[in-house]
Design a protein around this ligand. Structure first.
Ligand code: HEM
Length: 499
């Protein structure tokens, strides 16, 4: 008993200490497993404000401060960010759709506008099959390249007839017309492009407005713009489909994607209610990334005369064959496409998690939005020497080297076109658009110079203008226009003698 009375205070203290250690361990293991919030000096809204000001800088800083995985409260949505090559692989390749869903994210982002086609039995598989066949078969891609050159040469001659042209908006118009030509055919472009181009742009701008995300669509101005644009695009596409269905034999001969979709088998009528939504999303999927990549690459080249000279030299040595340019022999233009992608393409790759998910590393990703950020990863100084410099040479090293494109892609350090299950179905078409047609057709036949719109030292690698992440999803345009003068060359480059 005496022993008991003597021992009890020590026992109580020991028990208390043990409990504290146990609870401490529990807490710290909880801390290790659950995702921390981004750290900012302003409580609550700090993350949203800093993200809104410069999202790439914010994400890179947070990764340094908090680690690869952290949460940000953007007010309209809370996002768990998973950054870096290892996490790119987890997000894009290793997860199961049932746990970390691409489709739930796409559905939620479209605010109910694509639900009809999504839930139509058999449609998803059919659309992926149609896209893979129509946009990727070599003979079709070659056909597209030739039609892109045609679209471009008409537009470039109007550019050259003006004192100067605004680079970003002109690039957007060019790529909308070129993409619509591949997706819907040239006669559709003649009849509808002038009306639809502003409609598509208004859809894309309304898509990223915060009010569109938090209120029912009818209840906010941006939501109503989105609805109106959606209805008009759908109406135009459905009337086109109706017209083509009456004479499928004629349309079977055409190369555009819509004609393929309607004639790939005899089931076209079963999917009538899906075409409007699908083709509308395809024009957005193809427009912004290609258009902004077109313009930023030209601007960086114009700001770096020695790189522009290299670009021109490659075109000079590779004259067009049956209209388009032989990209297999043009590695420098590929390196330019990659380098613009590294610095400008895809702030976010979004997924939706319906229930908390525990990763193989033991991190609990909470229910809700989860996103990778290729842009934040692709500026990691451990992966890229001088990451803020626009330097296509970094992708020109031989395929076995650690800095080559294929090694960066294999290691998930570079995901311009995504990776794994939902990798881009339009990558080949992008090479056909930009590298085989639009860039070389322009630079071969015209001399370009910047007239105004630049601010000294502003933007990535001091290019003169900052990217605007608030205007659209995908690759951003500039925060303001840059005007360039386009002058026809007396003799095109590829007709001049190669030294
Ligand atoms: C510079 C040009 C382009 C870039 C950088 C780009 C980038 C991407 C990326 C990163 C993804 C994956 C998104 C994710 O995993 O969350 C993707 C998917 C996709 N892209 Fe592109 N893209 C480009 C051009 C195009 C074009 C021209 C089309 C043609 C219509 C297209 C159609 C698609 C489609 C349909 C998907 C979804 C694939 C699926 O459902 O699994 N893209 N793209």
């Amino acid at each position: 008993m005496a022993f008991d009375t003597l021992a009890s205070p020590y026992t109580a203290i020991a028990a208390l200490a043990a409990t504290c250690i146990f609870l401490g361990l529990l807490q710290s293991s909880g801390r290790r497993n659950s995702v921390p919030w981004a750290k900012t000096s302003i409580p609550f809204l700090g993350g949203a404000i800093q993200y809104g000001t410069d999202p790439v800088k914010f994400l890179i800083e947070q990764r340094r401060k908090v680690g690869d995985v952290f949460r940000v409260n953007l007010v309209v949505m809370k996002i768990t960010f998973v950054l870096g090559a290892k996490w790119n692989r987890w997000l894009l390749k290793d997860t199961k759709e049932e746990e970390v869903s691409f489709w739930d994210a796409i559905l939620a982002m479209h605010c109910g506008l694509i639900d009809t086609s999504f839930y139509h039995p058999g449609w998803l598989d059919r659309s992926v099959k149609a896209l893979s066949n129509a946009l990727n078969r070599p003979a079709r891609v070659e056909q597209y390249s030739e039609s892109f050159v045609q679209v471009a040469s008409d537009i470039y001659s109007t550019w050259a007839s003006q004192p100067s042209i605004p680079l970003f908006i002109s690039g957007s118009e060019l790529l909308l017309r070129a993409n619509m030509t591949a997706l819907y055919g040239p006669s559709f472009v003649d009849r509808y492009a002038t009306e639809l181009i502003p409609v598509v742009r208004s859809f894309e701008r309304a898509f990223v407005q915060p009010l569109t995300r938090v209120l029912p669509l009818w209840a906010s101005p941006s939501g109503r713009v989105l609805l109106r644009a959606y209805k008009r695009m759908k109406q135009v596409i459905e009337s086109e489909v109706n017209m083509r269905m009456k004479n499928l034999d004629q349309w079977q001969k055409e190369d555009d994607y819509l004609s393929y979709l309607l004639t790939m088998d005899d089931k076209a009528e079963d999917f009538f209610e899906c075409y409007g939504e699908h083709l509308m999303t395809m024009i957005s999927a193809s427009h912004v990334n290609t258009a902004a990549t077109f313009s930023w690459t030209l601007l960086h080249l114009l700001r770096n005369p020695s790189l522009l000279a290299e670009f021109e030299k490659e075109i000079k040595a590779n004259p067009p064959i049956t209209g388009s340019y032989p990209i297999k022999n043009m590695p420098f233009s590929e390196a330019c496409l990659r380098e613009t992608g590294r610095l400008y393409t895809n702030l976010l790759m979004l997924r939706y998690v319906a229930h908390d998910v525990t990763t193989p590393q033991g991190v609990i990703i909470p229910k809700g939005w989860v996103a990778g950020s290729p842009l934040a990863t692709q500026q990691d100084p451990e992966l890229y020497d001088q990451p803020g410099k626009w330097d296509p040479h970094r992708f020109l090293s031989d395929a076995s080297s650690a800095s080559s494109y294929s090694s960066k892609f294999r290691n998930n350090e570079f995901v311009q076109f995504g990776y794994g299950k939902h990798a881009c179905l339009g990558e080949k078409m992008t090479h056909a658009l930009l590298r085989a047609s639009l860039w070389p057709e322009l630079v071969d036949n015209y001399h370009l110079e910047v007239v105004d719109g630049l601010v000294d030292g502003e933007g990535i690698d001091g290019v003169g203008v900052k990217p605007n992440y608030r205007e659209n999803m995908g690759t951003p345009f500039g925060v303001r226009e840059v005007n360039i003068r386009v002058t026809k060359r007396d003799v095109r480059l590829s007709d001049q003698n190669v030294e």
